[in-house]
Design a protein around this ligand. Structure first.
Ligand SMILES: [Zn+2]
Length: 448
């Protein structure tokens, strides 16, 4: 896997260049957000992965701007997606752990678009995103957790296949287009390839895996799930573009966090801040407006609000976090190459009877800081400090931190900021978990 970014640049250079046209792009385009849970960037073929996991996503990325250096801010579903909507870091919006709801009445770009005349709808396929657990429904006019199938070990129906999500999204879209001429914002969040990584036999040939024997490694099963989600992403895009002009749709593709497939002795996500968990795919496609390109400067999931509002020419309140990439995407301006990125990891789910402040304060596991390829990780729970040079060591196997080293002043300041945020709990809604929620979260692997 070493050198994935070098491969990526070669692939990008060979990608056919579709010249932007000036015809037909609406000043108020529709916005389609497509996200895939637990999808780490380095396993997509457009990011240099040797298996053909993602032909549909690759095509989308090749027609627009593909971010080659994008990360989440916390590698856990509800916290990361709340940050994607609000631009706030988890210690600010309050949902640091699955099952802790965001503060009410926060700013989000989806609400902002609603005020600008958009009809907004979200269809999400992960139990942790249910409004009762996440508090995210207030950011959309229509917000639906589509829960149609069981986890392997779950009692309740706690998720949906990508097929069900695409069907629900398209059904909503047909209803919207039949009754309204407002622009729409539609978000579809698919859960494959989240553990337990089902084997998608139909896609083995595509990804070049032979059907010999009955054992398939986690990596192969994970890749087959990516190919499945990619196929359904292609179906969603095709169906949307049958209904509205392609040039009138801004498509944003991303994932909420990555996954560790045994690297660093860990299977899953949420508890560590290595690249496998942080590194996400991110792409913006809007033919005629965004010219195809690869963006190499560091981007974060909290950049989506400023960037999407910037692309639509909307005012962005000053308090909104993140970087506005619209100048880079629309006019080819340079991005912030010297940007410093900050991260946090918390324990995953919560038990219902624990007290809110304690839950939040007790949950912090790690903080990290990335500055020009130099990455520092501080594990709060055992005081262990690590330092990596991502330019020469993408897999973070070579810890450059001397024995007993302390975090830098900058990382220590970030730790204090996060801790101070966790201590402010007065306006947080209390956890709202039923025994059914606990079963579902346990089946997702989110309860220790
Ligand atoms: Zn997730």
């Amino acid at each position: 896997m070493r050198g994935w970014r070098i491969t990526i640049l070669l692939v990008a250079a060979l990608t056919p260049y579709a010249a932007p046209s000036s015809a037909g792009a609406a000043s108020q385009p529709h916005v389609l957000l497509v996200s895939i849970d637990t999808l780490r960037g380095m396993n997509l073929s457009s990011y240099g992965y040797p298996r053909n996991t993602s032909p549909n996503i690759d095509r989308l990325m090749a027609g627009g701007a593909r971010f080659d250096n994008a990360r989440t801010v916390e590698p856990l579903t509800a916290p990361a997606l709340a940050s994607m909507l609000t631009s706030l870091y988890p210690h600010e919006h309050g949902s640091t752990r699955n099952g802790l709801r965001v503060r009410p009445n926060l700013f989000s770009f989806t609400k902002s678009l609603g005020r600008r005349g958009y009809e907004t709808a979200a269809f999400v396929g992960n139990w942790t995103l249910k409004d009762e657990l996440s508090g995210l429904a207030e950011h959309f006019e229509t917000y639906e957790a589509v829960l149609t199938r069981k986890r392997w070990f779950g009692l309740a129906k706690s998720e949906a296949t990508a097929d069900d999500l695409v069907d629900e999204g398209l059904q909503w879209l047909d209803g919207h287009l039949a009754g309204s001429d407002k622009p729409f914002l539609l978000w579809v969040h698919m859960i494959e390839p989240h553990a337990p990584y089902r084997l998608r036999g139909d896609f083995l040939q595509q990804i070049g895996v032979k059907r010999a024997g009955t054992f398939f490694s986690a990596q192969k099963r994970y890749d087959s799930e990516i190919a499945f989600a990619d196929d359904r992403t292609g179906r969603l895009l095709d169906e949307v573009f049958k209904r509205v002009d392609r040039e009138d749709v801004l498509v944003v593709f991303f994932s909420d966090h990555g996954e560790s497939l045994g690297e660093h002795g860990y299977l899953g996500h949420g508890r560590h801040l290595y690249e496998y968990s942080l590194y996400i795919p991110l792409g913006f496609s809007w033919p005629g407006r965004i010219a195809p390109r690869v963006v190499g400067e560091p981007a974060l999931i909290v950049d989506l609000p400023r960037t999407i509002l910037g692309l639509l020419g909307a005012e962005v309140p000053e308090f909104v976090n993140g970087h506005d990439w619209s100048g880079v995407l629309l006019r080819g301006e340079p991005g912030p190459a010297d940007r410093v990125s900050l991260f946090q990891a918390h324990r995953s789910s919560v038990e219902p009877k624990e007290e809110q402040t304690r839950l939040r304060a007790r949950g912090l596991l790690e903080v990290a800081r990335l500055d020009a390829g130099s990455k520092e990780i501080y594990r709060v729970v055992n005081g262990r400090h690590k330092q990596f040079d991502l330019a020469t060591d993408e897999t973070e196997l070579e810890d450059l931190s001397p024995e007993g080293a302390k975090p830098s002043a900058e990382l220590a300041a970030w730790l204090e900021t996060v801790r101070a945020g966790l201590a402010v709990a007065d306006d947080l809604p209390p956890p709202n978990l039923t025994s059914e929620d606990l079963d579902a979260l346990r089946a997702l692997g989110y309860i220790d």
